[in-house]
Design a protein around this ligand. Sequence first.
Ligand SMILES: *Cc1c(COP(=O)(O)O)cnc(C)c1O
Length: 360
Amino acid sequence: MKRVFNFSAGPSMLPLEVLEKAQEELVNYRNSGMSVMELSHRSGLFMDIITEAEQLLRELMGIPKEYKVLFLQGGASQQFAMIPMNLLTKSGKADYVNTGSWSQKAIKEAKKFGDIRVIASSEEANFTSIPDVDRTMIDRQADYVHITTNNTIEGTTYAKIPDTGDVPLVADMSSNILSEEIDVSKFGLIYAGAQKNIAPAGLTLVIIREDLIGHAPENCPAMLNYKTHSESGSLYNTPPTYGVYMAKLVFEWLKERGGLREMEKINREKANLLYDALEESNLFQSPVRKDSRSLMNIPFLSNSADVDAAFIKEAQARGLETLKGHRSVGGMRASIYNAMPVEGVQELVTFIKDFENKHR
Ligand SMILES: *Cc1c(COP(=O)(O)O)cnc(C)c1O
């Protein structure tokens, strides 16, 4: 069996051990004579899956008991609307930090619901860094502050999570959730589409502090109200059952590997391998300011679009897939989420050196 190293930004690699476990259980899950895909979402077997998934996530991330974990659909993009619909309910004002394409989409959507202010932006620097955010910039009346902790397209991340005082901090963690240890208690709400670091596409994870639930206006659609999902244990309607099952397998895999502290160590090791290689390279470089570099998404480019195209083509022939950069940045982008083994990054680094020697 030939598997490639897939550097896609999402949907992205899943751990081979997880795929194999899913394969093993595919047609007859625990002697039920059914696949998980065919199980009723009200069945005992599925209830065990969703309960275990939540428990494992709570353990991995150290989620305090005053937070709810919701398994939803609609992607991170639906959260761009759900967040203002549910949280913009006191002053009707919120502060956003603009760090790239996904932040901009979140801002655009939120503006449909209230008074949205951009308190910091790195747009003038082409989003190649994270702007400074401190407490004095935040409106103390704001219902929340929104950040994108990892900018998937631009390859940036916060060196330090901003302190927002008493104003709830809302974070889009789609591309770096579970990649390192975080202090959940610093956040009012964390959300992530699953297809980068959790599970297949179709599942969206929301971790929300209880006091932020239940303030949506009367006319808020049931499916877009956190209260609906919180009160029903994410079983108001049919949840993405197979996605929840796959997430559970990924959480087990993370736990077996030593949890998030261990993952962070491995992720730092992988990212350093690649950043060091780019530092040494005469052909390629990272466009991102050093203090803002992501551990998960690493864009790099030469100063020639032809060289970049040749690199992507030759890399593919060596089993290094989906290295093409996002059209807004160009060049290459290596997404190296939890499931990317160290060997994949080592292969990429070796290939960068080989390519350079050949094209000198
Ligand atoms: C991928 C991504 C999104 C969009 O996620 P969907 O699940 O496709 O809606 C939003 N924010 C960030 C940071 C992302 O990486």
